[in-house]
Write a protein that binds this ligand. Structure first.
Ligand SMILES: O=P(O)(O)OC[C@H]1O[C@@H](O)[C@H](O)[C@@H](O)[C@@H]1O
Length: 312
C-alpha cells in the first residue's frame, strides 16, 4: 500500500516544510511504520537530521530527495546500485548547498549578479503533493519567494519540482511561475552528479553542438563546436553545449548506459573538476540539463521542463 509516513519526522512536524502535504487519492498518511522500506512516499530524517523524502517502488528502485535544496541525493535501481553521486565533502547542515545528487541552479546558472547557481539549492522546499500511480511513487516539492530570496532577487515566484520513480527511470518536472506583477527572467540547470569511473565515462549526442568552454577562463568562455561522437573526461572539463539534443547517453564507465531525455532544457553542461577535487573527481561526472539563455516570464506565465534519466 502506498504510504506517506511522517513518523520519523516528528521533530519537524510543525515546520513549514511539511505543512502542505496533500493526501492524494489512494495515499495513506501513515503513523509509525516499522517496515524498513515501506512502498510509496515517506518523509524521514536524513543526514544531519535534515528531512528527506524517500520514494520506494514495488520494482525495487528507490530515490531520496532532501527538502533542503529540493535536492535528489540518491537513485538506486533495482540492483541496489546508486547511479547518482554525493561528494565526500558534502555537508548536511544548511550552511552550504548539498554537493551532489541533483542540485538546482535557479534563478541563475553559474556566477552572475546573485550567489553562484542561485538560491534554490540553499533553501527548504515544501512537500505539496504526492501520489503512487501504477506503483510509481511521486512527490512534488514547492519553493516560493521569501525574505532570503527577495533580498537578492525581488520577485514573487513559485517553483514546483515533481520527482517520479519508475522501475528503470527517474523523472523530474520543473515549473517556474511568475507570481509577481512585473516580468522576470532567469537561467537554471539541474546540476546532476552521476556516479562514474571518470577514465571510462563518455557522453554521446553532443556532436555538432556549439560550445562555450569555461576552461581555461570561466568568466570568458571560448566559443567552439563539438566534433567528437563521444565526449570523454580526460582532464578538467567545464563546457556548455548550446541547443543540445533532447536525448544524450552517458556511459558511466561502471557498466551502465544512462539515457538522459529532456523537454525544454535546451542546453547541456559537462563538468568534472579533475585535480581541483583530487579526493573524488575520479568517481563522478556531471551531465547537466540547463537553460543558459534567459527564460523571460510575464506575470502569471510559467515555464516547465522535464528530464528523464533511464537505464535499459
Ligand atoms: O561548486 P559549485 O558552485 O557547485 O559549482 C560547480 C560547477 O558547476 C558547473 O555547473 C559549472 O559549469 C562550473 O563552472 C562550476 O564550477
Amino acid at each position: 500500500m502506498a504510504t506517506i509516513s511522517t513518523a520519523s519526522f516528528a521533530p519537524f512536524s510543525t515546520s513549514s516544510t511539511i505543512r502542505r502535504v496533500k493526501r492524494s487519492s489512494g495515499i495513506v498518511l501513515a503513523t509509525a511504520s516499522k517496515e524498513a522500506s515501506p512502498l510509496g512516499v515517506r518523509v524521514t530524517e536524513g543526514e544531519g537530521s535534515l528531512p528527506k523524502v524517500v520514494l520506494t517502488s514495488s520494482h525495487g528502485s528507490e530515490a531520496e530527495i532532501y527538502l533542503f535544496g529540493g535536492c535528489i541525493t540518491s537513485w538506486k535501481v533495482s540492483s541496489g546500485k546508486d547511479l547518482l553521486y554525493v561528494r565526500p565533502d558534502a555537508v548536511f547542515n544548511k550552511k552550504k548547498p548539498i554537493s551532489g545528487g541533483v542540485p538546482h541552479c535557479f534563478p541563475q546558472f553559474g556566477p552572475g549578479q546573485i550567489q553562484q547557481h542561485g538560491f534554490a539549492r540553499n533553501l527548504d522546499w515544501s512537500v505539496i503533493d504526492s501520489e503512487n500511480v501504477n506503483e510509481n511513487p511521486a512527490v512534488t516539492l514547492e519553493l516560493t519567494d521569501g525574505p532570503y530570496s527577495r533580498a537578492m532577487w525581488d520577485y514573487g515566484f513559485q517553483a514546483l519540482f515533481k520527482v517520479t520513480l519508475d522501475a528503470k527511470s527517474l523523472s523530474t518536472e520543473f515549473t517556474v511561475k511568475n507570481l509577481d506583477n512585473k516580468p522576470f527572467s532567469f537561467t537554471t540547470a539541474l546540476h546532476t552528479y552521476f556516479s562514474a569511473s571518470v577514465s571510462g565515462a563518455s557522453v554521446k549526442g553532443l556532436k555538432g553542438c556549439k560550445t562555450l568552454n569555461k576552461d581555461p577562463d570561466p568568466t570568458n568562455p571560448l566559443e567552439g563546436e563539438e566534433h567528437r561522437d563521444e565526449v570523454t573526461f580526460p582532464g578538467f572539463v567545464d563546457c556548455i553545449y548550446l541547443d543540445a539534443p533532447n536525448e544524450l547517453q552517458l556511459n558511466n564507465g561502471l557498466g551502465d548506459v544512462i539515457t538522459i531525455k529532456n523537454t525544454r532544457w535546451s542546453d547541456a553542461v559537462l563538468w568534472n573538476p579533475h585535480l581541483q577535487m583530487e579526493a573524488c573527481y575520479k568517481d563522478f561526472v556531471c551531465v547537466e540539463n540547463a537553460k543558459i539563455r534567459s527564460v523571460q516570464l510575464e506575470p502569471e506565465q510559467s515555464w516547465t521542463a522535464t528530464q528523464e534519466l533511464s537505464i535499459s
